[in-house]
Design a protein around this ligand. Sequence first.
Ligand SMILES: *Cc1c(COP(=O)(O)O)cnc(C)c1O
Length: 748
Amino acid sequence: MLLFRDSVTRKSRNRFPDLLAFPFARDIVPGRMNEPTDGTFQKLHELAQNLWWSWQPDIRAIFREIDPETWSLVYHNPVALLQRVSQEEIGRRVQDLEMQTRINQAHRRLQSYLHGGESWGMVHAGPILARPVAYFSAEFGLHQSLPIYSGGLGVLAGDHLKSMSDLGAPVAGIGLLYHEGYVHQLIDENGWQQDLYEPIATPELPVEPVLVGEDGAQARFSVELPGRDVFLKIWRVRVGRSDLLLLDARDDANSADDQALTARLYGGDQETRIQQEILLGVGGHRALGVVGIKPSVLHLNEGHSAFALLERGRELVEEQGLEPSEALREVAAMSCFTTHTPVEAGHDRFRADLASSHLEALARGLKMPIDEVMALGSEHPGDPNAPFCPTVLALKLTRRANGVSALHGRVSRKMWQGLYANKTEEEVPIGHITNGVHVRTWMAADMYSLLLQHLGPRWLDRISHADLWTRIDRMRDAELWEVHQVLKARLFAFARRRLADRRERLGLARPEREPLDPEALTLGFARRFATYKRADLLFQDLDRLDRLINHPERPVQIVYAGKAHPRDTGGKALAQRVANLEKDPRFAGRIVFIENYTMHVARQLVQGVDVWLNTPRRPLEACGTSGQKCILNGVLNCSILDGWWAEAYDGGNGFAIGNGEIHADPEVQDERDAQALFEVLEREVVPLYYDRHANPGAQSVPHRWMARVKRAMRTLAWRYNADRMVMDYVRECYLPAAGGDTCRMPPA
Ligand SMILES: *Cc1c(COP(=O)(O)O)cnc(C)c1O
């Protein structure tokens, strides 16, 4: 086993800042905060404490310029930056007039963002949604410096909070503060993924204790687990105008084991898992009360937080004296549920004995017999040994449920039809709202500026209007191509640094040829290494892959990244196949694997490659949001017709792999899809990219390619963004739920 601390030199740590969020986290003494002495420092501090900076490139630039080296070392985390750079040094950096002005302006912009005039939310959600939506999620991906996410589900939750903030729709996110975060990935000399967890230091995170009472102590409360109470502290993260509450079991009153309940995202066994889910659901709902929030709507992002529904029911029974059935009807009326995957393993199924012992306290409070509570989470209510499934609980106790793409809506109706005895598949009350991404988080600043010129200064406010995007065609191909080349060069520099770091760590020799050819068509593939995503689809025919990659005039290269869940041996084997192909002389430097996939790595990739590959085994990709991040960066999607791509592809705005056919035998399907992937690459993608009038170099613009890039922007950008998604949630879920409207969302 390769140990991080023995194998990474201090030097390469400096050059590898985001492998671990906080390489020196243990040295930090809590509370050692530089006291602001003047207005400027106070302003910097306020800017750092609101994650709004993370989608404001000019504010990121201010922090970076204060101390570029430390900025990189602390993983682009301004809270940590302000603690590590001495006050005198900061004073020196910010004393010139220009810097002072930039800080003042940034601070004024933050104030007007927070308190500014009329918002979409005020106009369209107004008094009905006066009280916040409580948005529960086991993970939130807001920025790489807050490592409490594992993949798309978390990033979606982060993007949701950001867009709710931008639109001025009130929301309180609720999650857990995992104090060891999610796993870090190191690839060892055998290409095998080593899993690493590192404690994260709360004082260096953009989190603040929620203070209550006269003494201003940190808010804490308890949740009952079998045989004991577990105490939770509450932290707040400011995400623009949105708040995220995070619960933390590191309380002196808890045993060491109980404190570890909030250590790791998706760590531990079934017992840890159900206890985490109780802390998230029951604890999360209770936390709202502790901080004085009375939510208008409960939105469960995936089933992990489903116990919140029982807790709300218990409250109604105990505090308002409702009958249990009446209470649960009321809970359902105010609640929405989003299911995120058709993959079986994505739905917890807790052993009946484990679930019933954990639900006894809630059943007592609800004044319901335990078997009736158990039946709410069962697909076979008559069977006392049937496992308890939180997804089932969420479907039964929310009036509005949705999948995350049109196809996933259909798949979910089929998957859960058994719960609705007298309904046909079409009548199953699960609709869909297709995911979207938070544009300012994912779009390169250079591209944003380019669009400002062509779409006008307030284009972002009108992003969801299809008519805005017709103006894209006014942009000259060469301008767009030029910006893309800059982003591509930036990705290559980043990738080479990361590859060199791994080589150094493993003591490997320098490769003969420099990794990544600046002129070559570059494909990107990065996501969780779950087996259904088939990172190895191209490896079915290595000779054909060799011909594709090493074509003398039209070379191709592929950048991979992705973590497997620590217990997913199949996923780790996939990562190993990629890592080992890197060593194959035929592919050296042309197939590269960047270890430790994070939001930071994701941003480099979706901005810098030419084509984004997506190869899930249809219909298992519920949506797949990474390809949406590419749209406004001028990167084309090449994807199986699954998830969002099944509804987004129009024949000319990217590339389709195959025709959406499903085969009963997954091996046959994989074989066919691999053929289809080679075909589309060989016949469409490669020829189009290298179709240049003048010469084949990067200086000459491939006009037919650029036409497709523009078409992708024109047809996709207005729809697959998080503002449109949030507007859909407000209109189709939140307003009816907040207004007590009892009609169900119609299936699409
Ligand atoms: C966007 C994103 C994902 C989601 O990728 P999919 O295409 O939905 O699988 C996963 N991880 C990170 C870090 C991301 O930024």
